[in-house]
Write a protein that binds this ligand. Structure first.
Ligand SMILES: C[S@@+](CC[C@H](N)C(=O)[O-])C[C@H]1O[C@@H](n2cnc3c(N)ncnc32)[C@H](O)[C@@H]1O
Length: 238
């Protein structure tokens, strides 16, 4: 039991906490996303797939696929590819399965830190809004590097904190006033209201995330920030 006043669960509690939170919000997740990002989230997912640089008939792994918006975007951009979606919350993937009307995506229930695929299985791996939720960011990137063929892309989309003071203050207001209210409309899990801002504050800034990717052997890493520095897309090579 986490007895501290922090809205973040302890490392031991985090996987169960995260799974329960996403299981609870699965059916409202897409709408919540559109509202919280003022409709920008699908544009970022398009950029993630572009950054994956997939070859014809390529194989992509969408780690923590959730309701499969990134995986579905991949099929839209590259109808010839095979995209696997993995996640440890079944309820999120069930929503994704309903949207995958052509049954193009194999959904795999798996922890992002222990992917059930042999080495060099994919041409690229990507994740959207996963890394804040894991207990070991380095291990999660290491798994993606392992399953991607040498030279293939590893792409990460995540929320980040802006560096500019004015935007930092606005971001603080947005995250501590607006986001908890939106979450409150959609979630019966009271502590989830504070988890999103708290997990974002605790998350490494873009240069630190780049260093973590480099430390596990991912190379040629670059990143760009979007939405006034509140979103970052990191791209590297396995
Ligand atoms: C914010 S949602 C993002 C879903 C999707 N990628 C998107 O772009 O909307 C985060 C997802 O990460 C999953 N997740 C968190 N930690 C995980 C872990 N250790 N292993 C697998 N999935 C995890 C959750 O179950 C949830 O579906």
């Amino acid at each position: 039991m986490n007895t501290s006043t922090s809205p973040l669960p302890s490392v031991d509690e985090k996987p169960t906490y995260v799974r329960e939170m996403f299981s609870d919000t699965a059916r409202r997740y897409d709408l919540m996303n559109r509202l919280m990002t003022v409709g920008q989230d699908q544009r970022w997912r398009r950029m993630v797939i572009e950054a994956c640089n997939l070859p014809p008939n390529g194989r992509l792994l969408d780690v923590a696929t959730g309701t499969a918006d990134i995986a579905l975007e991949a099929i839209k951009q590259h109808p010839d590819i095979t995209v696997f979606g993995s996640d440890f919350t079944r309820e999120m993937m069930l929503v994704g399965q309903m949207k995958d009307t052509d049954e193009r995506i194999p959904f795999i229930e798996a922890d992002a830190m222990q992917l059930p695929f042999p080495a060099d299985s994919f041409d690229a791996a990507c994740s959207g809004f996963l890394m804040r939720n894991v207990t070991d960011i380095a291990a999660t990137f290491a798994e993606q590097k392992r399953v991607v063929k040498a030279g293939g892309r590893v792409v990460c989309l995540e929320i980040t904190r802006p560096a500019t003071p004015v935007w930092r203050d606005l971001f603080h207001l947005y995250f501590h006033k607006f986001v908890p209210r939106v979450t409150a409309w959609f979630s019966s899990n009271k502590s989830a209201y504070d988890y999103l801002p708290a997990s974002t504050l605790a998350f490494p800034r873009p240069p630190e995330l780049k260093a973590i990717m480099k430390a596990v052997g991912i190379s040629n890493i670059r990143y760009r920030t979007l939405m006034l520095g509140t979103i970052a897309i990191h791209v590297g090579e396995a």
